[in-house]
Write a protein that binds this ligand. Structure first.
Ligand code: BGC
Ligand code: ZN
Length: 364
């Protein structure tokens, strides 16, 4: 079968031939990959800044956002059957007994760092024709999501952020949890993760603002405005303006991976606010921020900063539910996130290309 692989030592990215995986245990499932998404992480891996091949392999098959169709199941599989549509989680547990999170199925909180991530770190990914994995890592998707279910993995970034925000909100005394002052949310960045996060916030009835450096007539802004989020240009309005324009900023969902604008926005976070970081900046020169101001605000305004990486199975399940709900409320906006579809033969060019919102490799 064909697969798109990166060879870090020889700095090559190319289509290769791989043996088809086979079911080796009773709880394993074989999927035919239908769609595989391309994201910033794939671009970093194919420019050799990130990514690790499996032990003893010179190459890594990339791809960690995938929709597949179940074509075979082991004798002990209970939750999936031939013909089902399904998405795959990304992270697999580390082997250490002492790692509580991994032993309890929450490898997104792994404490040893020896987890693997399919298509990213130590395990082959999904930009290929067939994949086998244990059923516990595979989540069934209703047939009506066929066209857009490949968006579930990037949506899980927002789902895990929402899980964290729910917990963090519990620190507020009873009647304050649902105070109207806690309903202004800002999404920083308008890539797929930011836009899907905005959909989740709108759907959860937040007053949702998209803070983005692009122009009002950009496709991203049009999509997010169409679902009821309000666009404020970061090119025209510095963070201090933003706070004046919208009032108490109770939640920020950061989805840019750019430290400067993120910390500038953090410095105008509102009273009792929560700031969630999801972007991973590259290693660059240190930048200047007003740390005194930020620290003062953190203390005097009871603020919380939270980082989140990867997502557990529950976030995928919640992502499936939410995508069903988004498709009922704003189907055109969801569909508009997918701006290009390419066959596996063109995957190399597609991964190396820039532009659009979300590019998808249509494998089958
Ligand atoms: C993936 C996550 C992963 C992270 C870091 C992201 O692109 O969506 O699952 O944990 O990269 O490798
Ligand atoms: Zn990704």
């Amino acid at each position: 079968m064909k697969a798109l692989a990166v060879f870090p030592s020889s700095r090559e990215v190319r289509l290769i031939d791989q043996p088809e995986p086979v079911i080796a245990g009773p709880t394993e499932v074989k999927l035919r990959i239908l769609d595989a998404g391309i994201c910033g992480t794939d671009r970093e891996i194919t420019s050799f800044q990130y990514g690790t091949p499996p032990v003893n392999s010179p190459h890594l098959v990339i791809g960690h956002e995938a929709l597949g169709e179940v074509i075979d199941v082991g004798s002990g599989v209970t939750g999936l059957a031939r013909g089902d549509l399904a998405v795959l989680t990304v992270r697999r547990p580390c082997p250490h007994d002492l790692c509580g999170p991994c032993r309890k199925g929450r490898q997104d909180f792994c404490i040893t760092g020896d987890f693997t991530e399919r298509g990213i770190k130590g395990a082959h990914g999904y930009m290929t024709e067939f994949v086998v994995d244990d059923e516990r890592y595979i989540v069934k998707v209703p047939k009506e999501l066929r066209e857009v279910a490949v968006l579930i993995e990037p949506l899980t970034v927002g789902e895990k952020a929402a899980e964290q925000a729910r917990v963090l909100k519990q620190r507020l005394p009873g009647h304050l949890k649902d105070d109207p002052s806690q309903l202004n949310a800002v999404v920083l960045g308008a890539g797929p993760i930011g836009m899907l996060g905005a959909m989740k916030l709108v759907d959860a009835k937040f007053n949702t603002y998209l803070y983005y450096r692009g122009k009002a007539d950009s496709p991203n802004v049009k999509i997010v405005s169409a679902i009821g989020a309000r666009f404020i240009s970061s090119a025209e309005h510095p963070p201090a303006d933003l706070a004046k324009m919208i009032g108490n900023i109770s939640l920020v969902y950061e989805a840019t991976g750019v430290a400067k604008i993120s910390f500038d926005l953090l410095s105008v976070l509102g009273v009792n606010g929560i700031f969630i970081f999801t972007g991973v900046p590259g290693v660059r020169e240190p930048i200047e921020i007003d740390a005194e101001l930020i620290m003062r605000n953190l203390v005097l305004n009871n603020q919380v900063i939270c980082g989140t990486v990867n997502a557990g199975r529950a976030s995928f399940e919640e992502g499936v539910q939410d995508l069903v709900s988004f498709m009922l409320r704003f189907p055109a906006a969801v569909r508009a996130l997918i701006t290009a579809r390419m066959p596996l033969d063109g995957a190399r060019d597609a991964v190396l290309a820039k532009g659009g919102i979300k590019s998808i490799i249509t494998v089958a």
